[in-house]
Design a binder for this molecule. Structure first.
Ligand code: ARG
Length: 470
């Protein structure tokens, strides 16, 4: 429970920094500057970092073994209390760090007051956020991989399903649905790689930087880094407490990921409309209208598309947060948490529901096929056919253009024209032309790495499974 912001401080524990300031904190200031309302989410990582810090201090002879033991047991009890809901967070104690430290002293006495030796909240908060984000990145990368697996299963089932491929949202050429899904897979694969790369710069230890300049105690930062699973201590103490590049990088990778999900969502929304009718979302993933009885709305993909905006906003907030900060730590940095938290929550929620929605999707192969037959999608195949018969590509392109204009005029697709009709546009056309004008012939002909032919799609799926498992 939070203390009442209108009546702060008086009966509450003394602020750790109250030695310097004579007057009591103004109630408005106390509420305005407190972060405990949201940063209590970091309690587990704050305790994890404190445990490592205490162990390092004891190993270096800065704390006695008895003090270290008392601190460890005290912190473990506090964690258990927080997790059972038996912990009173206090706004007067500003943030998660001072709340826990003050509870520790209340719990174990004098030794609790020694935990903060050789550190500052500045290196502490940077460490907590990195520990937390590292864990969330791992969860998000797993969630991406899960969605990728769902897409591969669907691609396997739909390796031969033909639908129109679009450019400019106009029918371009027939493609296989499996191939289309593999395009989504590739986008997600880059997202997973970007997050892995971002994680390398998250996984560095700020502790030891203390407030900004380092500390006078004989600390061992390598040991703390090792205890916390960080790859190394951050090199420069000023940079260690002020750097939030890792947060910005994460938000940027998150924005690209959401942009991808938004594009997928957009296609699902279009495809589930009566005009396309390519897919049907499961009833359990749709909602109705309170006035129009016939409606089945694709709310889930629409919301994913909508939530993309807030993640872009968080990226912009973090960039703007940092752009004018002189070295080293500034209180501005406290504003990094809410955008990060919401970015993580949005990503996890969107990825999870997207995967489940895709598992329950229904594919309307007939509608896809019918649409692929409209819009002269095999025109390029006819041009390529003429090239194989010896016509230069530009001339072939022109001849087929005229054939298409004729088809539009008579209301028939190229495959529906008679041989005599087709021969008006080039004497090179013979009866073997109909094999290239079929949808199956068209996709099967694109038979090379990265092409849409069903056997290429199957080979790509096999490779993709290997990449996912790597
Ligand atoms: N709550 C603060 C934050 O999130 C912790 C660090 C405060 N440091 C300070 N010197 N006031 O950034």
């Amino acid at each position: 429970m939070m203390s009442d912001p209108a009546h702060p401080s008086s009966n509450l524990p003394e602020k750790p920094w109250s030695g310097r300031l004579e007057a009591q904190t103004n109630a408005l200031v106390e509420t305005f500057t407190a972060s405990v309302g949201f940063d209590q989410r970091l309690y587990r990582h704050d305790i994890q970092a404190s445990l490592a810090h205490a162990r390092m201090l004891a190993r270096q002879g800065i704390l006695t073994e008895a003090e270290c033991k008392a601190i460890i047991q005290g912190l473990e009890r506090i964690q258990a209390r927080i997790e059972s809901g038996d912990f009173a967070w206090s706004i007067a104690l500003e943030d998660v760090h001072m709340n826990i430290e003050s509870a520790l002293t209340a719990e174990i006495g004098e030794a609790g007051k020694k935990l903060h030796t050789g550190r500052s909240r500045n290196d502490q908060v940077a460490t907590d956020v990195r520990l937390w984000l590292r864990e969330e990145i791992d969860v998000i990368r797993q969630a991406i991989a899960y969605l990728q697996g769902v897409l591969l299963d669907l691609a396997e089932r739909e390796a031969e399903t033909i639908l129109p491929g679009f450019t400019h949202l106009q029918v371009a050429q027939p493609i296989t649905f499996g191939h289309h899904l593999l395009a989504w897979f590739e986008m997600l694969e880059r997202d997973r790689a970007r997050l892995a790369d971002c994680r390398r710069r998250v996984n560095l230890l700020p502790l030891g930087a203390a407030a900004l300049a380092g500390t006078t105690y004989p600390i061992d930062r390598h040991y703390t880094a090792e205890l916390l699973g960080f790859d190394a201590p951050a090199e420069n103490s000023l940079d260690a407490v002020s750097d939030r590049d890792f947060a910005i990088e994460f938000a940027a990778a998150a924005s690209i990921l959401m942009m991808h999900l938004s594009r997928f969502a957009e296609e699902l929304i279009l495809w589930s409309s009566a005009q396309f009718g390519f897919i049907e979302l499961a009833d359990s993933f749709c909602t109705g209208s309170s006035i129009m009885p016939q409606k089945k709305n694709p709310d889930v993909p629409e919301l994913i598309r909508g939530k993309t905006g807030r993640v872009f906003g968080h990226l912009m907030a973090l960039l703007t947060l940092m752009k004018s900060q002189p070295l080293a730590y500034n209180k501005d940095n406290q504003e990094d948490k809410e955008p990060l938290f919401d970015t993580v929550d949005t990503l996890k929620g969107s990825l999870r529901i997207f995967a489940e929605m895709m598992k329950a999707i229904r594919i309307n192969r007939e509608r896809m096929r019918t649409a692929a037959k409209q819009g002269f999608g095999t025109a390029t195949d006819l041009a390529d056919y003429l090239v194989r018969k010896g016509l230069p590509f530009r001339e072939a392109h022109h001849a087929v253009g005229r054939a298409v204009a004729y088809g539009i005029q008579v209301g028939r697709d190229l495959a529906e024209l008679t041989l005599a009709e087709l021969q008006q546009f080039s004497p090179l056309i013979e009866s073997d032309v109909f094999a290239v004008l079929t949808l199956e012939g068209s996709v099967a002909a694109r038979d090379h790495l990265g092409g849409t032919a069903p056997n290429q799609v199957r080979a790509a799926i096999a490779r993709a499974r290997g990449r996912l498992a790597a």
